[in-house]
Design a protein around this ligand. Sequence first.
Ligand SMILES: Nc1ncnc2c1ncn2[C@@H]1O[C@H](COP(=O)(O)OP(=O)(O)OP(=O)(O)O)[C@@H](O)[C@H]1O
Ligand SMILES: [Mg+2]
Length: 378
Amino acid sequence: MIEIKNVTKKVGSKVILDNINLKIDKGSLVVLIGSSGCGKTTTLKLINKLIKPSSGEIYIDNKPISKEHTIELRRKIGYVIQNTGLFPHLTIRENIELIPRLKKEKSITEIEKSTVELLEMVGLKYEDYIDKYPSELSGGQQQRIGVARAIATGAEIILMDEPFSALDPITRTSLQEELFTLQDQLKKTIIFVTHDMDEALKIGDKICIMDNGKIAQYDTPENILRNPANEFVQNFIGLNRVWNNPEFIKAKDIMIQNPVSVKSSRTIIQGIEIMRTSKVDSLLVVDKNNILEGIVTVKDMKLNANKGQYLKSIMSTELLYVNDDDNLVDILGVMNEHSVGYIPVISNDKKLSGLITRSSLLSVLSEQFLEMEVSVLG
Ligand SMILES: Nc1ncnc2c1ncn2[C@@H]1O[C@H](COP(=O)(O)OP(=O)(O)OP(=O)(O)O)[C@@H](O)[C@H]1O
Ligand SMILES: [Mg+2]
């Protein structure tokens, strides 16, 4: 775990970082994001001891880094800097193997074997690249080598300063995917700096939004989108961004609350009457604790000649439902797979909490698009 505690950095009278506090869990990927000059690179440099804080302390696994040997510390930390920082006069092999060979923790054979694996991991064909110089590789390929080199050091911690910023959107997207997959296997502790909110949302376990040397919000992508801490964050993430990310839209955001429901001890005749007055063609059946038991449709009721029967005996109990935390992508998936036009929503304690219908979906989504247009026009 990395912990930044009350860290302030001043240069002359200029405050660059103003009492920063940040905890980064082992094995998680945290994105630092903010406008140019807000202090992102400075934060990475402090962790790597390229510069010292004016006050405060940084701890790695509960040990203050000010007391650690700088070179030793740096060997524990991989640093991918913008424009890769590959040594131009060294081949790809030499670039990747430099630190492992210096460290002498592994035999040469082991190091060479791991180089082959690493190149494969970052999607490059070993024999095509190993003896080339960085200048013979495209920007995206150099970035991949930069990532491979950081991993090769065996570092538990990897600092990445806008590693993908110079790349075209397609290469960038594919490297984001690769980083995500790599991280899934390797579980390094990664701090990733970017200017790009979409990138942050795609890869971050948590996002730290910085504003002028301070932390504006530090939370999961979901919580930042759903509950921006202040106006700065709101403007930063962009209005209505949540609606561009359907995986952040939850059933509870789009369901009809208090859908028409009945107790199973009602008779068919009562059920029909309730449907008629509330203008619906099916009823959700719940028990006295509001736990969803079944569903009856107009058709079920009409098919039954004995209108004095209880709903309990005719309701269908093979129920499809979603949880109120399920997201729009899951919900649409269930609705399409089973070709249903509506789906009940239940809470964790199995109580009925709402209903999603095709028309409720449409109206919620279209309202959002209207709002978006208004905000664009305004
Ligand atoms: N050695 C220095 N001396 C004086 N000011 C500095 C020094 N290093 C950084 N700064 C200032 O500190 C602020 C933060 O710089 P930093 O490089 O951390 O920003 P950043 O968030 O990484 O920006 P960018 O997105 O442009 O890379 C800037 O205003 C910068 O000018
Ligand atoms: Mg920077």
